[in-house]
Each structure stands twice: as structure tokens, then as C-alpha cells.
Design a protein around this ligand. Structure first.
Ligand code: PLP
Length: 427
């Protein structure tokens, strides 16, 4: 689609650019210092979990179904936390491990394990000439960082409205045994907000792939609904069990954006064989995780229903922020052809796409005007967005007032960058 600037006569375009540059100069003079880069809850939002901290005291019962949480033991996690993990991940509690506070840490540990020792019965990935991972993009930069750090080649695959482009995924994976895995954020994907369709979930579980191919099924936003009509994600394990591919699925989640980011509890779930095998390696370096934190969480959020009730409180903080993004982008950019954006039903982000070749310039202009964005390119492996168009908007941390001001700046930057691209195309 043509932008409004591409449609202008050259003199009109020059005048529009001069006007936008003057507006940019005015904003710069205000000395703003706003941040739309951080995908984390606001301080007031975090506070809703504070009552959990009162649950354990020096006189509290520190046992969970007979397990003493105040001492070593019970490596796989306390029974009530494992039950919750099972509900989150869609597997029986026995097929889970509840670990420390970070799901990212679990993903890294498991991938390093396969890198060093291989999937049982297969060559360690580190001993192979070349190992590749599929990275749906736009996606989560920290996923890409884990594989990049190991020397694995990250191969981008386009995200669509129903999840990763499955024709492309199936074609690549069937033809190339060096593709050993793939990252998926199946619900309210970071940053597009897409929930994978049932068909996508089924195809991922049943497609032809290398026998030691693994899917990191990162359900980070499993319960992070914004509306009363949340997206529904099919249970990948149901398809995988039927297809005999249960070992393929490495599911993770955490309570980072439910209770305290960095101080929650994190879950791993997979086939019985994978859970036993992964546990046997992790046990070498960990006697037991913080079971007092598990106990606190399990008492605060004993069931998935309790989690959902807690998430409704979170949504009250998030809804006005997401509404503000929608309203500002609509007001500022609708009909200009200068951008499209996601309208997620949950999760933590809005994904914005400007005209090709503008995202880096938008980031730089916003920085000049005192607004920090997630670096352009971050949503693609290696920080390289081939279209230079995607910007991840993280609306959760700032106040609505700050967000509103930051979005005015973003809209202005998008307009100027789009106008500049239109002029450059004529040069
Ligand atoms: C998709 C996704 N996975 C994992 C994480 C980090 O989770 P944790 O705090 O459990 O390591 C995030 C945080 O933003 C995320 O967006």
C-alpha cells in the first residue's frame, strides 16, 4: 500500500517534511524521558501480588502434602506446585518439573543439555557440522539469544495471523535434518499477540522432522487475557501423544508476569521420558529449587481458577494501556498507509509495522525526542529485520499519561520516517 507521502507531489512532500521536522524540534525542546521498551508490569500492577508475601511467616506450616519445604529434597517440585504446572502446560502433574524463578533459564539449560549430550540415542548437537533452529519472526529476542550463544544458526520464519508460516516450516523441516528445533510462543505471541490456530498446533505436532527435533513451547502468556473473550489455544500434547511425537515438545511457563517478575516459579513439562532425562541432568547441579517460594505460590494460587481471578486484576491495569495504544495509533495513523499494528486479546505487546526501511529511523527519532523503544530489529534473529519495518511496543510499564505522550512521539516519528523514505525514493 502507498503511504500518503508517496502519493504527494514533490513540493507538497517537501512542505510536509519541513512541517514534521518543526514538530520534532518542538518535542525535542520539551526534554521528555519516556520508556516504551520494557515488557514488564508497572509497579502498581506488581503490588497486587504482595499479599502472597504474607502467606509464609515464622509460624506457618511449611509442609505441602507431607513434603517439608524448609529442607532439601523433592527435586521435581512440591506436589501442589506441580499440579498447577500441569494445568498450565496441559500435561499430568507427574510430567512436570517446577524449578527456580525463570523459564528462560530452563530453556537454556535444556538446550545446552542437548548441545552437550544430544537427545538420547542421537549425536550431541555440538558434534554436528551445522545446527539450525527455526525462529518465528517477529519473535522474542531472548529466545534467539540462547541459540545464537551456542553457535546454532537461527533461521527466521514469517509469523502469520495463525502462527508461523506452516507451509514454510514443514518444507524446511522435512528437507533439512540439521534443523533441530524451533521456538514457539503459542499464545499471545511476543510481540505479535497471535495465538496459534488449532491447525497450526496440529501441524507442528505431527509434521515430519528430524528424530531429535525439539519445539520449545514457551507458553509465557498462557493466562494473560485482556478481554472476556480470550483466545483459546489447543493442547499440543493431545496431538503429539496421538502422533507419537510427545518427546518433541518442551513446554515451559512461569509466573513472572503473574506474581513477581524474576521471583516467581517456573515450569517445565514434556513426555515422561524427557522429564526423567532432563531431571537426571539438572539434578547434577541442583539439590532442590526454592520450595518455600513454590509453597507461597501454591497457597496464593491453588488452582487455575484462582490464577484466572488474579489475572483479571492484572487485566484491569493493562486494558487502559492497550486501549491507549490502539486509540493513539488509530488517531495518528489510520488512513495514512504509514503503518499497521496488532490488536491483541492478551499478552504484553503490540507489534507495529511501518513502511519498509523506516523502523531504525523511527527508533532513532524517538530516542532524539526522549522516547526509548525496544531496538528496531530486536524482534528478528541477529537483530536483523530484513524489512526494517517492525517495532515492538511495550505498553505495560509506563502510566497511561506517559504512554499517551510516548505514542504521540512515535506517531510523529513514523510520519517523518515515512515521508523521508518517500522523498528518498524520488532522488
Ligand atoms: C515469550 C517469553 N518467554 C519468556 C520470558 C521470560 O520468562 P521468565 O521470567 O520466566 O524467564 C518472557 C519475558 O518477557 C517472554 O516474553
Amino acid at each position: 500500500m502507498q503511504t500518503m507521502y508517496e502519493k504527494m507531489e514533490t513540493a507538497e512532500l517537501d512542505a510536509a517534511i519541513a512541517q514534521l521536522e518543526a514538530e520534532v524540534a518542538e518535542v525535542k525542546a520539551k526534554g521528555l524521558a519516556l520508556d516504551m521498551a520494557r515488557g514488564k508490569p508497572s509497579p502498581a500492577q506488581v503490588d497486587i501480588s504482595r499479599p502472597m508475601l504474607d502467606i509464609l511467616s515464622s509460624t506457618a506450616d511449611l509442609t505441602d502434602e507431607g513434603v517439608d519445604c524448609s529442607n532439601y529434597g523433592c527435586f521435581e517440585g512440591i506436589p501442589s506446585a506441580r499440579r498447577l504446572a500441569g494445568e498450565f502446560l496441559g500435561v499430568p502433574a507427574e510430567q512436570t518439573i517446577v524449578l527456580g524463578s525463570s523459564s528462560l533459564n530452563i530453556m537454556q539449560s535444556v538446550l545446552i543439555h542437548y548441545w552437550e549430550k544430544g537427545v538420547p540415542g542421537h549425536t550431541p548437537w555440538s558434534k554436528l557440522d551445522h545446527v539450525k533452529f527455526l525462529c518465528p519472526a517477529p519473535g522474542y529476542d531472548r529466545h534467539f539469544g540462547i541459540t545464537q550463544d551456542l553457535g546454532i544458526e537461527n533461521v527466521p520464519v514469517r509469523m502469520t495471523e495463525t502462527g508461523p508460516d506452516m507451509d514454510e516450516v514443514e518444507r524446511l523441516v522435512a528437507a533439512d535434518d540439521s534443523i533441530k528445533g524451533m521456538f514457539c510462543v503459542p499464545k499471545y505471541s511476543n510481540p505479535t499477540g497471535i495465538t496459534y490456530s488449532e491447525e497450526t498446533v496440529r501441524r507442528l505436532a505431527t509434521m515430519k522432522a528430524a528424530p531429535d527435533f525439539r519445539i520449545v513451547w514457551d507458553n509465557a502468556y498462557a493466562v494473560h487475557d485482556l478481554t472476556d473473550e480470550p483466545d483459546v489455544l489447543a493442547n499440543v500434547f493431545d496431538f503429539a501423544r496421538e502422533a507419537g511425537t510427545e518427546d518433541r515438545i518442551l513446554a515451559v511457563a512461569s509466573t513472572s508476569k503473574i506474581t513477581f517478575p524474576g521471583a516467581g516459579i517456573a515450569f517445565f513439562g514434556s513426555s515422561p521420558a524427557n522429564v526423567a532425562e532432563v531431571a537426571s541432568t539438572l539434578k547434577v547441579g541442583l539439590i532442590s529449587a526454592d520450595k518455600l517460594n513454590q509453597l507461597r505460590h501454591a497457597r496464593f494460587l491453588p488452582t487455575l481458577e484462582a490464577v484466572r481471578a488474579h489475572m483479571r486484576k492484572h487485566a484491569e491495569f493493562l486494558r487502559p494501556r492497550f486501549a491507549c495504544v490502539e486509540e493513539k495509533l488509530e488517531q495518528g495513523l489510520a488512513g495514512t498507509g504509514c503503518g499497521s499494528w496488532s490488536h491483541p486479546n492478551g499478552g504484553y505487546f503490540v507489534s507495529f509495522d511501518g513502511p519498509e526501511g523506516t523502523a531504525k529511523r523511527v527508533g532513532a527519532l524517538c530516542a532524539e525526542m526522549g522516547v526509548k523503544l525496544t531496538p528496531a530489529g530486536a524482534t528478528w534473529p541477529g537483530g536483523h529485520d530484513p524489512y526494517d519495518s517492525n517495532i515492538r511496543i511495550a505498553p505495560t510499564y509506563p502510566s497511561v499519561e506517559e504512554l499517551s505522550a510516548a505514542l504521540d512521539v512515535l506517531v510523529l516519528a513514523v510520519k517523518l520516517a515515512s515521508a523521508e523514505v518517500a522523498r528518498a525514493a524520488r532522488a
